[in-house]
Design a protein around this ligand. Structure first.
Ligand SMILES: O=C(O)CCC(=O)C(=O)O
Length: 223
């Protein structure tokens, strides 16, 4: 989709910062390339099963830690049992830069951006029709912010509040290259992705089918 004007960074809710187009096209392409490699090295992204046994429509893989509902493990306990791939330091540095930029716009995201020391990235791949229900990111034991990189088809990121899954919420269309940082008062708010927006593929990333989202987090876990 062509845009005539650049979009401005925004703070749609206290503690939520959207940095439009923060990832330049070359980094988007590189992220897609790396995600493919990580998929090959880990047996492919898989669809975690929720507590009711139903598979998620989003396919996932973890770097640093493996996540499955609703815990982190160093091994792919709900898959082939292999060790989670290492968390890449370059991705941590990139995410820290995003936190610094976000905190300059809304200091409530974190009072110490330089201290952000992530140890896990969760790669989410949304194929046609995939979505993610409203949930909180509550398996980390420290209050550090979450950094979310989006590449490919635009996804609608629904961001609500900590009291429950229902309204009020805001719907934020996340285009390829957009980054969201949420922390502070928004860290434990419910959020999800109810849909992708058809016809919004990013030509810069070639034949990526659907949307890639990579969230980078600090678990605070040992081991
Ligand atoms: O795909 C997104 O933009 C959000 C992903 C998400 O909510 C999560 O990984 O917890």
């Amino acid at each position: 989709m062509d845009r005539l004007l650049p979009r401005a960074p925004e703070v749609p809710l206290p503690g939520v910062v959207v940095l439009p187009g923060w990832l330049p096209p070359d980094l988007r392409v590189e992220l897609v390339r790396r995600c493919r490699t990580w998929g090959d090295e880990s047996g492919g992204p898989r669809a975690p099963r929720m507590r009711n046994g139903a598979p998620m429509s989003v396919r996932m893989l973890g770097l640093g830690w493996h996540w499955y509902p609703y815990r982190y493990s160093r091994t792919r306990d709900d898959g082939d049992g292999g060790r989670a791939l290492p968390f890449p330091p370059w991705l941590g540095r990139l995410a820290r830069r995003a936190v610094v930029d976000a905190a300059a716009l809304d200091p409530s995201v974190t009072d110490d951006p330089a201290a952000f020391d992530p140890d896990v990235a969760l790669v989410n791949w949304y194929g046609p029709g995939a979505k993610m229900g409203m949930h909180t990111d509550g398996d980390e034991v420290v209050a550090a912010p979450v950094v979310s990189f989006s590449v490919g088809t635009t996804g609608v990121f629904r961001f609500g509040h900590a009291a429950g899954r229902g309204r009020p919420w805001v719907d934020l269309p996340l285009e390829s290259g957009d980054v969201v940082v949420f922390g502070g008062p928004a860290r434990l708010a419910y959020h999800g992705v109810p849909k992708l927006v058809p016809g919004t593929d990013d030509p810069a990333v070639g034949d990526l089918p659907g949307r890639l989202n990579v969230t980078v987090r600090q678990t605070g876990l040992d081991g």
